[in-house]
Design a binder for this molecule. Structure first.
Ligand code: GLU
Length: 550
């Protein structure tokens, strides 16, 4: 045994496998040419946020549009920051938003696929095997520096205006001998394993980022940590091992990792792995007082994906919206293909924003309104009740008391050629449909300024005698028109416009009065349909109440 081999045995005596074992266990994937293998690698240190959902979507569509695989890997090496239920929340969230998972974690507990385990805490033996091999080759070494010692070094570097870090002559244990290491271990000193970086700061690494284009950075010369003293790998090391063994082709991740690429490429080279392709995704931005800034977990409720679920945004709409910010050509495609599934869209990473796409809730609302308007009344019923059951129990009780009644409410102006685009999210429906439910209805007889209460009252009294629930839309309006002359109103808008002085108003104004009396609103969907659903008796009672209150 040479000195390096002795060192490897000294540091990791229990590791009995070699990298070949894992290379054979996880062979290259049998996929067609051009198929991309992507992944999302969340740390369960918090709940699913918009950035993770967005990154997952970009990875998902990259895999789908090339006939590849998208998998999930849980990066749980930071046990201190882990939150309970974090994995479940993230995976459930992805699934809820229609991000299908081919492999890896498919729920809080379950994983599937031949390249696992898909949780880093279960892969300790793999990392240790590769580290042992690097030590054997003299490419990694133990470092016994304490946090205080490292801090000391940093202070000296700062005072001398030298680049901080464990590099070059500052890498105290870079040339540690077997005997020195053995003595320190025998005395019970903890150690980490560091890479013996062959890099030189003066040299440049150039790589082609599949989103941002060509990037040039100085080579890494830092002897960064591979395994921490408790045997847990750093992100850098685990990333290289996992993405290689899981046969990832494209690592599409947040651009906070861009500065680490020199380290990562160096690792792939030293380990003899074919490098993955990198694409760095700019964060989603928000306009704050006219200035663009990153969406913040602390300041912005919409940073947490729960926000969208609670508000009752349909998951498909959020996904559709995120597609528009992921790909600048998606909206044109959507206009040309209004009914196609977004999975058919040919996604091109080059069409992603390099500076960071702007989150615009109004745009999300517009997209939602269009999508919701295309749903059938029974789909709307299913979705609103499912949402209300989770987030508004009282409303759930009210709308499910009489499902047929509620379904007829949701059917108004729906299932027609040009449906109304009025609902963006389910939490608006409680107020929007309130006048259909006595427990929610709040009367409000405020009239528009151009209508005098006496005229409104006179009209309502007469109207009671002519209303027939059997009338169709046209007959219904005809009845109102017929009352116009005796009330001094014009039956036709044209007539009124030609000679406004001669009339108090027109038939449209009177229908507004009726609308206010029956629904407490100046604007609603088709009033004739509404009155049929509310029913003759309740309509008459509301009109009576309006007459006595006006
Ligand atoms: N665990 C890392 C994170 O949550 C993953 C980065 C990556 O995708 O490689 O930021």
């Amino acid at each position: 045994m040479n000195e390096n081999e002795m060192m490897a045995e000294l540091l990791l005596p229990d590791v009995d496998k070699t990298p070949d074992f894992y290379e054979n266990l996880y062979p290259p994937r049998n996929l067609s040419e051009g198929a991309r293998v992507t992944r999302i690698a969340p740390s369960p240190t918090g709940y699913l946020h918009l950035g993770t959902l967005f990154t997952a979507l970009v990875n998902r569509i990259t895999a789908s549009s090339t006939g590849g695989i998208f998998y999930t890997r849980i990066e749980d090496t930071d046990k201190k920051r882990e939150v309970e239920g974090g994995v479940e929340d993230i995976i459930d969230g992805l699934l809820r938003f229609g991000i299908n998972i081919d492999e890896g974690f498919i729920s809080g507990e379950e994983e599937k696929g031949n390249y696992g385990p898909y949780k880093q805490s279960r892969r300790a033996e793999i990392y240790r095997t590769y580290v042992k091999e690097l030590i054997r080759q003299g490419l990694a070494y133990p470092c016994f520096c304490t946090a205080e010692e490292l801090d000391e070094v940093r202070k000296i570097q700062e005072s001398r205006k030298i680049r901080t870090g464990y590099h070059g002559e500052w890498a105290k244990h870079r040339n540690i001998t077997f005997n020195e290491a053995k003595a320190l271990i025998d005395s019970g000193k903890p150690f980490v394993i560091r890479l013996k970086s062959p890099g030189n700061e003066e040299n440049k690494v150039v790589f082609e980022d599949v989103i941002k284009g060509k990037i040039e950075m100085p080579e890494n010369d830092e002897d960064f940590v591979l395994l921490k003293s408790d045997g847990i790998p750093t992100y850098h090391f685990a990333h290289a091992i996992d993405d290689h063994l899981m046969r990832t082709t494209h690592v599409l991740r947040g651009d906070e990792w861009i500065s680490s690429v020199p380290k990562h490429l160096q690792l792939f080279k030293i380990l003899g792995f074919k490098p993955v392709k990198y694409g760095h995704i700019s964060p989603i931005m928000k306009l704050d007082n006219g200035a663009k800034r990153k969406i913040s977990k602390r300041k912005d409720p919409e940073a947490a994906v729960h926000f969208f679920a609670e508000q009752g945004y349909d998951c498909d709409c959020v996904k559709e919206y995120l597609m528009t910010i992921a790909a600048s050509d998606f909206e044109d495609w959507r206009r040309a293909n209004p009914d196609k599934n977004s999975s058919e869209f040919k996604f091109n990473l080059k069409k992603m924003s390099v500076s960071g796409a702007l989150f615009d809730e109004n745009k999300l609302r517009d997209i939602s309104k269009i999508t919701v308007s295309k749903l059938s009344s029974s789909e709307v019923y299913e979705k609103i009740t499912a949402w209300a059951k989770e987030f508004d129990k009282e409303f759930y009780g009210i709308i499910t008391e009489n499902p047929d009644y509620t379904k007829s409410v949701f059917a108004i102006d729906r299932d027609v050629k040009k449906p109304r685009r009025d609902i963006a999210k389910w939490n608006e429906t409680r107020d929007y449909f309130s006048y259909f439910y006595d427990r929610l209805y709040k009367k409000d007889y405020t009239l528009p300024d151009n209508i005098a209460p006496e005229d409104a009252k006179a009209f309502l009294k007469l109207y009671k005698d002519v209303y027939s629930p059997d009338d169709d839309r046209q007959q219904w309006f005809e009845r109102i028109k017929q009352l116009c002359p005796q009330l001094g109103f014009a039956a036709e808008t044209k007539e009124y416009k030609a000679n406004p002085e001669a009339f108090k108003g027109h038939a449209g104004d009177l229908s507004t009065v009726l609308r206010i009396a029956v629904t407490g609103r100046q604007n609603t969907p088709d009033l004739c349909s509404i009155m049929k659903i509310i029913g003759y008796d309740r309509c008459m009672a509301r009109i009576d109440d309006a007459v006595s209150s006006l």
